[in-house]
Write a protein that binds this ligand. Structure first.
Ligand code: ADP
Ligand code: MG
Length: 247
């Protein structure tokens, strides 16, 4: 594990920079303020975990960073580009090429085999099926599922399905991988294994990861922990200190 720091390394190029981000859902009496001015910097190759109570704005924040949701005010620069300056086509291209997203509920397509699910980002990027299949197999091997390429999601355990979702998120070698509660449906041992894979992607490949989690048992895999409450990041912590404080 890399040394824990409470701030990104000085001089390191930033993958993500959010300044005073705000987001309000709905109108009138139905209005919900989800983000009240979020400041966040994540360095290249860093694994940052985002923790905080349900409803504090974690999914909203990573959806904005992933270009899936528009914010109201503030600035968000991802991989050197201000996402305010991207139109929908540019955002779609950004998501297809530079971003991997791992959802809590896996979001695998049930009618497709694991290899076909993993190939999706490659086919969207115009790769041929035969080349895509070979890359999908490699990605599945990386998450320990080389022998499950032809299985359908319903034939896999929850932990295996989540590993397929991770393979799909990394198959196109994105610079930034965003995970929303990737271990919440998994038992302890499987959750640890999933984090070991994600840790390796940040540490060995130099990719940037932002992992939203409720799961105290995986905090030790982070470089830094961003604590969020009521639409704001309140403080940053080191994994060891954060775990002691919550145990
Ligand atoms: N599409 C939406 N429409 C209206 N309110 C929403 C929507 N999505 C989230 N919210 C509200 O915004 C707040 C933050 O939600 P969310 O980002 O999902 O929090 P978290 O992921 O931390 O649980 C919550 O109060 C939630 O109810
Ligand atoms: Mg959420």
């Amino acid at each position: 594990m890399t040394a824990a720091t409470t701030r990104p390394l000085l001089g390191a190029a930033m993958s993500v920079v959010c300044n005073s981000l705000t987001k309000v859902y709905g109108e009138g009496a139905q209005q919900v303020t989800a983000l009240r001015g979020v400041d966040l910097e994540v360095a290249h190759g860093e694994l940052v975990m985002l923790v905080g109570p349900s409803g504090c704005g974690k999914t909203t924040l990573i959806s904005i960073i992933a270009g899936l949701l528009d914010h109201d005010a503030g600035e968000c620069t991802v991989l050197g580009e201000n996402i305010d300056h991207m139109d929908q086509t540019a955002k779609a291209r950004f998501r297809r090429h530079l971003l991997g997203f791992v959802f809590q509920a896996y979001n695998l397509v049930p009618q497709l085999t694991t290899a076909e699910n993993v190939m999706i980002p490659l086919l969207l990027n115009g790769m041929s099926e035969s080349k895509g299949l070979a890359k999908a197999r490699e990605a599945l091997e990386r998450v320990g599922l080389a022998d499950r390429c032809g299985h359908f999601p319903s034939q896999l355990s929850g932990g295996q399905q989540q590993r397929v979702a991770i393979a799909r998120a990394l198959v196109h070698e994105p610079e930034l991988i965003v995970c929303d509660e990737p271990t919440s449906a998994l038992d302890h041992a499987t959750g640890q294994h999933v984090l070991e894979i994600l840790r390796g992607i940040a540490g060995n490949d130099g990719r940037t990861l932002i992992v939203v989690t409720h799961d105290q048992r995986i905090l030790g895999f982070a470089d830094r922990i961003a604590h969020m409450d009521d639409g704001r990041i309140t403080h940053f912590g080191e994994p060891r200190i954060s775990m002691e404080a919550t145990s």
